[in-house]
Ligand binder design. Structure first.
Ligand code: ARG
Length: 457
């Protein structure tokens, strides 16, 4: 398609290094849609005849039907999806196919196709995340009052509810969805008609093609339009942040499923066995979500490094934009689906969680707070008294609320038997009813809001 000025064809190495068809054939639907929008506009503007425009449009439909049925052929000589499709179109409709490329270049064509693809990936991520949020909210509603230890430094800190813990991830995913939505609104401008880099002398109508492809408006600067891959980077960075959240959730399931914790039984359907140890049930899906996150972040890094040194306008380096985006999108979709199943189908062992909270001195802060409130002791002193009580309970191998009153009073005489009410894990979580706190009624309030936001009611 460009051999006019060459005396010799490309070497085998040139053909191989140049060919993007092995991966950019994934853009075929977008390429056909953009070509159809373009040729309809060329016809409407009288740049090609109405008859030629119709012939080309019908031909594109036939090529699409063929791709749908047989897949996209991979011929390195045709380099990429754009030339592959045009060549096939020419075989079908003859030389009139050559009019399709009037007033456009592969540079604005690929920028348009890729935006359309990334826009779909953003929409898919949003849908998947909404489903995962629905799982989280459903399980949180079931467990708004199920007690578990809350951790800092992975050391038992204060009792929380499982519902509260799960809803923490709902909030993270809410922000992820808003990052994808934000990226989508910036992406949604159409580069088509920017041509190679400078725009075109043909009387095209960019607003019409933009609208036909679902974009808000045409891009405003042709040089920027063919060189910009911010939309792909925005996607990869939102995907990285999202994958990072999924990885943290996966890590929690891995820890909770380990025997010393025993907080959760993972679904068999998302676990694997060991070929040597018959008792094993391994959390491989969760581990792979954690592992895939490293790869997604690697994809974002790869494209940033590709883009950072490129002068305006298009350089062939930019052909390398697609593999990391395709890879990240596949990994993210799988990770979201795996975590959705894990949240929906895991069996939470609330008895073990409660026991861990009771045995871990998780209500020590409640004892200190009680001393402040009921005995008017300064918090620092209350902290010290409570520390002595924990030390004694630990030495006796009992929970705080199992220390007899005379033992507590020997530590500080201002303690009386009302303290036991404050030392139970249930009283502890019920008391933390500040906005956004772990009290069951506060968790239920947030679950209700979330269900409304997700259209679950
Ligand atoms: N396959 C190319 C890519 O993905 C299409 C654009 C080619 N443009 C060019 N001037 N060679 O980036």
């Amino acid at each position: 398609m460009w051999g006019g000025r060459f005396a010799e064809g490309p070497s085998a190495i040139m053909r191989e290094i140049n060919a993007s068809i092995p991966f950019d054939k994934a853009l075929w639907r977008q390429d056909i849609a953009a070509s159809k929008a373009h040729v309809a506009m060329l016809g409407a503007q009288g740049i090609v005849s109405a008859e030629d425009a119709a012939t080309i449009a019908e031909g594109l439909d036939k090529v699409a039907a063929e791709y749908e049925r047989d897949g996209v052929p991979e011929n390195w000589d045709l380099e990429d999806i754009h030339m592959t499709t045009e060549a096939r179109l020419a075989e079908m409709v003859g030389p009139v196919a050559g009019r399709l490329h009037t007033a456009r270049s592969r540079n604005d064509q690929v920028a348009t196709d890729f935006r359309l693809w990334v826009r779909d990936a953003m929409d898919q991520a949003d849908e998947g995340l909404a489903a995962l949020q629905r799982s989280l909210v459903t399980r949180a509603g079931e467990h708004s009052a199920s007690i578990m230890p809350g951790f800092t430094h992975l050391q038992t800190a204060q009792p929380v509810t499982l519902g509260h813990h799960l809803m923490a991830y709902y909030e993270m995913l809410r922000r992820d969805r808003s990052r994808f939505a934000d990226a989508r609104s910036r992406l949604n401008e159409c580069p088509l008609g920017s041509a190679a880099l400078a725009g075109t002398g043909f009387p095209i109508d960019r607003a019409t093609t933009a609208q036909a492809l679902g974009f808000e408006r045409p891009t405003a600067n042709s040089l920027d339009a063919v060189s910009d891959r911010d939309f792909a980077l925005d996607y990869l960075m939102a995907a990285s942040q999202c994958a990072l959240h999924l990885s943290r959730l996966a890590e929690e399931f891995i820890v909770w499923a380990s025997q010393p914790f025993g907080f959760v039984r993972l679904p068999d359907s998302l676990s694997t066995g060991s070929s040597i140890m018959p008792q094993k049930k391994n959390p491989d899906a969760a581990e792979l979500v954690r592992g895939h996150t490293g790869r997604v972040i690697g994809c974002a890094t790869a494209l940033m490094v590709t883009m950072k040194g490129l002068p305006l306008a298009y350089s062939k380096d930019m052909q390398d934009d697609k593999p990391p985006v395709f890879e990240a999108a596949g990994l993210l979709a799988l990770s979201i689906a795996a975590m959705t199943g894990m949240v929906a189908e895991s069996e939470f062992r609330t008895d073990r969680m409660r026991q861990a909270a009771e045995l871990g001195y998780a209500t020590a802060t409640d004892l200190a707070d009680w001393l402040v409130r009921e005995a008017d002791i300064p918090f620092r002193e209350a902290h010290h008294i409570t520390g002595a009580a924990v030390k004694r309970a630990e030495a006796d191998g009992v929970a705080l609320d199992q220390l007899p009153l005379d033992v507590l009073q020997a530590i500080d005489s201002r303690i009386d038997d009302r303290v036991y009410k404050a030392l139970s894990v249930d009283a502890s979580v019920a008391s933390r009813a500040s906005y956004g706190g772990t009290a069951p009624k506060e968790v239920e309030r947030r679950v209700t809001e979330a269900r409304q936001a997700l259209g679950m009611t």
